[in-house]
Design a protein around this ligand. Structure first.
Ligand SMILES: [Zn+2]
Length: 284
């Protein structure tokens, strides 16, 4: 289970498996510690779910203050439940406008950029090459998992950065668990002939439904890429079972906030890249 951490009294979960990576800052935030109310209480980080804009802005400021990372250094995607990977090279000075960031994973070796994934049941997966110092954040709902997005990210790390699977460390964050995730045949069929399917997709024959274990499906994909089992840590939390701690899309019936999960390579000098042209990338 990911241990609980406090950064200036803002709670989050921080994976033990990254403890040896002193070049990293990361957090799987919860819904606690923010200012939003009711369905969005309290640390809702999404502007798109019907929450008051000024409250979401306050939540972003709280996050930035808690981790002492300027807001301009956070990068949020337009997550689209696909398998597109946004690669950020150290020399990239201009990114597309935020509206063009239709991806579900980010890979970078650039220091000072806090790359983010928003979730409320989907799986946030963090991958780190501890030797090459390349980091990746992945949004893996059932569609992304069925598209094997983690496998594609690891292959990209191998091809473009020379990452070796034995040097990759993975943290699989809080998401809806097998306990709560009943799916229909359309979802189950999307996994086709995926390897080890019987270890994460369980038929409920009488109902023509399946129970889907998304964290385990992602763990298997990462394992099958050659990442050692001891390098992979699961959060141990189901978002739907723990709605006092996490936003859950299914658990709420659809009206709820989004928690933020972010990772950054610590910088040794100030990073100005994301403020070029007065663009910001944390704001959707
Ligand atoms: Zn559950």
């Amino acid at each position: 289970m990911f241990p609980l951490a406090q950064n200036n009294s803002l709670p989050s979960l921080q994976a033990s498996v990254f403890a040896e990576c002193d070049f990293l800052t990361h957090a799987f935030c919860t819904r606690q510690g923010g200012t939003s109310l009711e369905d969005y209480a309290s640390l809702n980080m999404s502007f798109r779910e019907g929450d008051e804009e000024f409250l979401v802005l306050q939540n972003w400021s709280k996050l930035a203050d808690a981790f002492a990372i300027p807001l301009e250094q956070f990068l949020v995607l337009n997550q689209v439940h696909g398998d597109g990977i946004f690669v950020i090279k150290p020399q990239d000075l201009n990114f597309p406008s935020h509206n063009e960031l239709n991806y579900d994973a980010i890979v970078t070796n650039r220091p000072g950029l806090a790359i983010c994934i928003k979730t409320a049941d989907c799986v946030p997966v963090f991958l780190v090459d501890k030797v090459k110092r390349v980091i990746a954040v992945v949004h893996a709902g059932w569609r992304g998992t069925a598209l094997a997005i983690c496998v594609k990210v690891i292959r990209l790390m191998q091809d473009q950065y020379g990452s070796l699977p034995q040097n990759i460390i993975a943290a699989i964050g809080p998401s809806i668990g097998r306990c709560c995730y009943e799916v229909d045949s359309i979802t189950a069929d999307a996994f086709g002939t995926q390897k080890d399917k019987e270890s994460f997709l369980f038929p409920q024959t009488a109902k023509n439904k399946w129970l889907l274990d998304l964290p385990e499906a992602n763990r298997r994909q990462i394992l099958n890429c050659g990442v050692p089992e001891t390098n992979i840590e699961l959060s141990g939390y189901c978002t739907m079972c723990n709605q006092d701690i996490f936003f859950s899309h299914r658990g709420s019936g659809g009206i709820t906030g989004r928690q933020i999960n972010f990772m950054m390579i610590k910088e040794t000098k100030p990073c100005t890249v994301t403020t070029l042209n007065n663009k910001v990338y944390w704001r959707e």
